[in-house]
Design a protein around this ligand. Sequence first.
Ligand SMILES: [Zn+2]
Length: 439
Amino acid sequence: MSSRDNLVKLLSNLLQIDTSNPPGNESNAAGFLRDWLSERGVESEIVEFEKGRANLFSRVKGSGEGPSLLLLSHTDVVPADPARWKIPPFSGAVKDGYIWGRGALDMKSMVAVETMVFSEMADKRLKGDLVLLAAADEEKGGLGVKKMLENSMGKIIADYVINEGGGEGVLTKKGWLFDIQTAERGVFWYRVQTRGSPAHGSVPGLGVNAIERMRPLLNRVSEFKGACERVDPSWRYVESLLKMMGLSVEEVDVNNIEILLNKLAETDRGLGESAKAMLQVTMTPTMIHGGVKENVVPYECNLTVDCRVPPGYSKERVKNMITGLFHGLEYELEFIQESEPTVSPVDTPLYRVIENSLLKQVPGARLEPTTKTGGTDSRYFRRMGIPAYGFQPLMVEGNYYEWSRMMHGDNERISIENLDFCYRVLKQVVDSFMSPHHG
Ligand SMILES: [Zn+2]
């Protein structure tokens, strides 16, 4: 079997293991990967931190002449509703040049590629330690990586990390533009609660309606519009994107960035909206609950907001922003998740190797750092001062809007071409960075 067929089979098998989180059941994927590696003579370890929930890792020793590298991935996926899919989400079907299944892009394809590259490098002479970690629970809080860092940090820690979160190439009027995720927005999920007092629904004047009290809060969240700020690293990417799409950025002031991005959104809603979200604070009301019965005046209402902030926003600044937004209203505020933005430096040897490796595969392409709009496990490493890069190289096929909706959406699939591309680039990166005959 060719290595390409091997990779397709590895991914197809991984996609057939249902690791929907919750509940996860990542132990099944970890066990499968251990057996797969073992068949190729590579030892690995499984660490189960809860019943059915396990991480897989392996570490091969380098000579110590160079830095160590961790290939990081997660094996869990978000749930999929089979009724909405053309091909069952856990079939791993290979059809018309595509491999289908929940996780095909986010991120079992990268699990497969990293595992393959690791197995091929494991018996080579390496300058530094090479580490593989396929972690559980990324989609629901990152318990897998957290547990590894708490209990077995020494086994997985490395000088650099490559993970998901970037690496997407879009074809612009002026060629391919790829991103590499070097920063993450901060995540501040919060809940506001309003209180009232119950009464019979037929005589509303006797009670105080908590839903009515929520109305002005919800309105202010809806009306909130974060300004697009020229913050790096995202601005570097967005500026290139606008230029390469033929939109002039030379003479626009800060307020006009949004006009340009709206224009971009007219051509490709996915590109325009993502670029906007990278540069601004967003507040999305995601859940609202109030009332207990048809004929009771509700005495409690809860609104949950998914708030994300670009680099430069501390916890303090976010709190002030939220209390400012609700100024003059009566409510209680509670944070569900508080995670400040994280940033990795761009001027590192690994960054340059990634750039060169990409250019070898796609001559003339451009690579720019970004802050991706969502969060990944990279943040734990960045907080320790370890440069972590989101780089899962893929060439976006067609419209970015349609493409990006496959992740956490319906009919997720990856072309064999793209899987192979991801493999070729990452193999080149690891080989160039770790092999003694390079650099
Ligand atoms: Zn993911």
